[in-house]
Design a protein around this ligand. Structure first.
Ligand SMILES: [Zn+2]
Length: 162
């Protein structure tokens, strides 16, 4: 029985959405279409280096679903590289994650798309316009990992092995 597909949680939206082999007009070449949730799977697993279970949690899907999305993503990217195809990143069954933030200047609390942070843009406080928002809904495990990598100054206990 067909159920409506569940939308996968995605934190990142790329600015560059088309990659193509040099020297061949895009119109003459085949494309692989990488879905937004497939890019997110690659990003979490291969770039952030998270365990599969945590990747599934972040995208709010089951582990088998995550594995399926990841395998599909890797296959598409590999095929594009091997067969000289372009890659276009678009579409999918996803929803954009929002983070809860507290302004560092005026303490106002607000929500902003996580995607803005991954692009390094920050999010402006709707009350005072400062871009010093700090995340207040963060999973302590994720914060712990960042702390170990030296990007976060203080505060969180971590239950992971370092
Ligand atoms: Zn503010």
């Amino acid at each position: 029985m067909a159920r409506p597909p569940k939308r996968r949680r995605v934190e990142f939206v790329p600015e560059v959405t088309v990659f193509k082999p040099a020297g061949i007009p895009l119109i003459d070449m085949e494309e692989e279409t990488l879905l937004l949730e497939e890019l997110e799977a690659l990003r979490l697993k291969d770039l952030e280096g998270l365990e599969q279970e945590e990747c599934a949690d972040r995208m709010q899907v089951s582990r088998p679903t995550f594995q399926r999305v990841l395998s599909s993503a890797r296959e598409k990217v590999s095929r594009a590289l091997v067969e000289g195809k372009a890659i276009r990143i678009e579409g999918g069954t996803y929803r954009l994650a929002a983070w809860r933030l507290r302004c560092g200047d005026c303490s106002y609390e607000f929500e902003a798309p996580a995607a803005m942070y991954h692009r390094g843009a920050g999010a402006a406080c709707p009350r005072c316009g400062a871009r010093h928002g700090r995340r207040i809904d963060e999973d302590p495990r994720a914060a712990g990992r960042r702390m170990r990598r030296g990007r976060c100054g203080r505060g969180w206990e971590t239950d992971e092995e370092g």
